[in-house]
Design a protein around this ligand. Structure first.
Ligand code: F6R
Length: 596
């Protein structure tokens, strides 16, 4: 979602801002803009669409030592130049990530004071309000001005500000939206995440809620409640910042392939240390929360923890959980799953469950992210930076951690032996490669032109199909619906005919005959079937059951879901490619969903 970049320093700000915006592209956006000082005037350039469109409008020969930039993911107001950032009112120019919830009230107050507005955005109102406080403050004390604004603003915001009469300072403030400050040599960056400047600086500061940053070329002041504070300096870990596409046409494909080598990394990091992972069986209640793919990983987690730990687990979508009635206390463990570690809905749940004194454990990919810093304990999933909007390797990394937490309990409850477990995990990378290299051509030709595709499965396979269906929707724009295979006859089967198509997963051995019966009910109505099932069943499943089939290697149940999702990722990728979609940056989607 919206990306912020800011630069103050000895070099020309213009290429720095564009480079930073490009690094933030993966977050998702529909327009972009920059504002910079040029000969003591502020120039603003904006464009709808990709950053390349913005670049065409910029004269890079112009020199500037201070500027801000933004990629906008529309929330308030359509995707137009007028609504894109930066916004300027009076002496103030800003870029903003988040949502100002009381902007309508503030707008009325400001209109009564003579302010008028050109855009439909909450950001322009925030900008006008900063200008209003600025005009009221005779000494233009920015620390006081921004403190007053923060006391008035309701909602979430990370804001970078430049002021017409202060051409040598860059200001930032934040609450509930991420903002980091990168410290270089005679240059300082601000951004929504460190990927925007990771190759340019060695240290960074994470701005905390209700903090203000006042930055010059080589000095920074962090202010909270009117008092200067000494922030913690963090070192950039360059190992985790590689976002090179290598030989792959898309990041998504690269990240699908990477899953096999990542398993090897996770094996060294976790497999030899299973018993050092938290014992979650001591809690009376376990809740798992997440959004989208992270929620699906949580659902797989539920099946595995219940199976191997004999403990009841409930899973919730964070945007629902944050408002529902909770029956939790200090005996509850809330497991929070997130790739970005910045998802606003998920973050808000943590704040809420902490009021009930529940314990929190994060399964998080992005180190030092807001969620990672908010939970009591963190297990990092170590998937590396995931650039494609559609999550693949982050999902399998989450499943990996859940499988570890589950078999940690299974070693006691199910008499699993460590040797057996290790052998299974060591085979997994090769099995993933085998599945990736299967032939998906016929299947892609069969599926790519449908407008609706059903994803069916039972038990844990149903959850995998929820994830497969989401992948297809996100990147190919084909509507699809995941459903427990046994539920079809309770309504949805009325849609099934010669023009419909279903992908069916059947890998939970004791349920395969049941799923095959459901397939036959669909075949009888002319529905085309793509079957994903276990390779030990090649001789026992009748050919009449399917139009296309992918045989998946059979593995131990605690790793089978990791393998099962691979063909679904590839199916979605191949279909989206055949339909000519923008695979890494699907329309309307953001990688880091920092608004509610
Ligand atoms: C799907 C996808 C989203 C995210 C969801 C949660 O491919 O990427 O559904 O999984 O927005 O994001 P995180 O995991 O960053 O909290």
């Amino acid at each position: 979602m919206c990306g912020i970049i800011g630069y103050i320093g000895k070099n020309n700000a213009l290429p720095k801002l564009i480079e930073g915006l490009k690094k933030l592209e993966y977050r998702g956006y529909d327009s972009a803009g920059i504002a910079y000082f040029h000969k003591n005037n502020i120039k603003i350039i904006k464009s709808v669409g990709r950053i390349q469109e913005l670049e065409k409008k910029i004269c890079f020969k112009e020199q500037s030592q201070l500027g801000i930039g933004h990629t906008r993911w529309a929330t308030h107001g359509k995707v137009t130049e007028k609504n894109s950032h930066p916004h300027q009112v009076g002496k103030i120019t800003i870029v903003h990530n988040g949502i100002l919830e009381n902007y309508q009230d503030l707008k009325k107050i400001l209109q009564e004071k003579g302010y008028s507005f050109k855009s439909d955005t909450d950001t322009e109102v925030a900008c006008a309000y900063i200008d209003y406080e600025y005009q009221k403050n005779p000494l233009h004390n920015m620390s006081e001005i921004l403190k007053n604004c923060m006391n008035t603003f309701i909602g979430s915001y990370a804001i970078a500000i430049i002021v017409e009469e202060i051409p040598n300072q860059l200001f930032v403030m934040k609450k509930d939206s991420p903002l980091v400050i990168g410290l270089g040599t005679n240059e300082i960056y601000v951004a929504s995440d460190i990927s925007a400047f990771a190759d340019k600086v060695s240290n960074y500061i994470i701005l905390e809620d209700m903090e203000i940053g006042i930055l010059t070329t080589n000095e920074y002041q962090i202010i909270k409640n009117g008092k200067r504070k000494m922030p913690t300096l963090k070192k950039i870990d360059t190992k985790n910042q590689s976002s090179d596409k290598k030989q792959f046409p898309h990041y998504m494909l690269k990240e699908i392939y990477e899953q096999s080598e990542k398993i090897q990394l996770w094996n060294t990091k976790y497999l030899n240390h299973i018993m050092e992972l938290p014992d979650i069986s001591k809690y009376k209640k376990i809740h798992i929360i997440g959004c989208g793919t992270a929620y699906h990983a949580g659902m797989i987690g539920k099946y595995l923890l219940e199976e191997y730990g004999n403990i009841e687990v409930n899973v919730f979508i964070a945007s629902e959980y944050r408002y529902q009635k909770l029956f939790i206390d200090q005996n509850t463990l809330v497991i929070v799953v997130s790739q970005s570690g910045e998802t606003a809905d998920t973050l808000s749940c943590i704040k809420r469950v902490q009021q009930y004194k529940a314990h929190t454990l994060g399964i998080i990919n992005t180190e030092d992210s807001s969620i990672a810093r908010s939970v009591e304990k963190v297990i990092y999933t170590k998937a590396g930076q995931e650039v494609a909007v559609a999550s693949t390797k982050a999902y399998t990394s989450q499943l990996y951690i859940f499988s570890m937490l589950a078999i940690r309990l299974g070693i006691i409850n199910h008499n699993l032996t460590l040797a057996e477990i290790k052998n299974t995990y060591h085979q997994l990378p090769q099995k993933i490669k085998e599945v990736i290299h299967k032939n998906y051509d016929n299947l892609t030709s069969l599926l790519w032109n449908y407008n609706n595709i059903f994803y069916l499965g039972r038990n844990i396979d149903y959850v995998t199909m929820m994830e497969g269906s989401l992948k297809l929707k996100e990147i190919s724009y084909i509507h699809s619906e995941a459903m427990p295979a046994g539920e079809l006859k309770h309504g949805t089967i009325s849609l099934m005919n010669e023009e419909t198509c279903a992908i069916v997963m059947a890998t939970k051995e004791e349920l395969i005959p049941k799923t095959i019966s459901n397939i036959k009910e669909l075949k009888a109505r002319g529905t085309k079937i793509v079957l994903l099932t276990l390779d030990n069943l090649t001789n026992s499943i009748e050919k009449e059951c399917y139009d296309e089939v992918i045989w998946i290697p059979k593995m131990a149940p605690y790793v089978q879901p990791i393998l099962n999702v691979i063909p679904l990722q590839i199916i979605a990728y191949n279909i989206a490619k055949k339909r000519g979609c923008d695979i890494d940056k699907p329309r309307n989607l953001a990688k880091s969903v920092t608004v509610e």
